[in-house]
Design a protein around this ligand. Sequence first.
Ligand code: CA
Length: 225
Amino acid sequence: MRVLFVEDDPAVRGAVERALRAAGHDPELAVRGDKALEVALDNPFDAIVLDLGLPGLDGLEVCRRLRQAGNRVPVLMLTARAAVADRVEGLDAGADDYLVKPFALDELLARLRTFERRAQTNGATRGALQFEDLVLDRDAMECRRGERSIQLTRTEYLLLELFLTNPRKVLSRDVIFDRVWGYDFGPDSNSLDVYIGYLRRKLEAGGEPRVIQTVRGVGYVLKDA
Ligand code: CA
């Protein structure tokens, strides 16, 4: 994979660069957030690994501006802070996943593999999915509710695709984690509720009724209230 790795700590940068190369990836390195944003907007990457604290522009802002520019490259956010609020902020900025520092290099490589798997699954499934006034066009990667066009991040897209391919079927949290992320967030599993919250907000922004319902203690289901 072509990976843009953005990190201002030279020791971490060197170790991760070696690990990426050893795993067969093609890394490009950046130190400053503002430079990284320029490079990311001008070049196609398969993934961006983005440190949160960066000179120039912090990781959250880089991610936010990428998404505002319509760039959907998968972003793995590195954070030194384990607090839930910090992670939620990363997801809010449009990151697809996060890793808490210090992390094992194997863990970083495993997260990149889930991005790779998701990209392959995405390419294999085509055509439009529909549930009432909600349409997901997988060729154009566009979502519409009635006449309203909805911009989704990559993770929101994958979540919605999973619901639309399983209408009226209760999906457990484990199944959702496995199908969308390829692993379980474990004790951090409230991230799933955060993602569902964002997706609902976008799907209901025009005052439309809720279609993703909570099944308490189990998971979620796509159906009318
Ligand atoms: Ca840093």
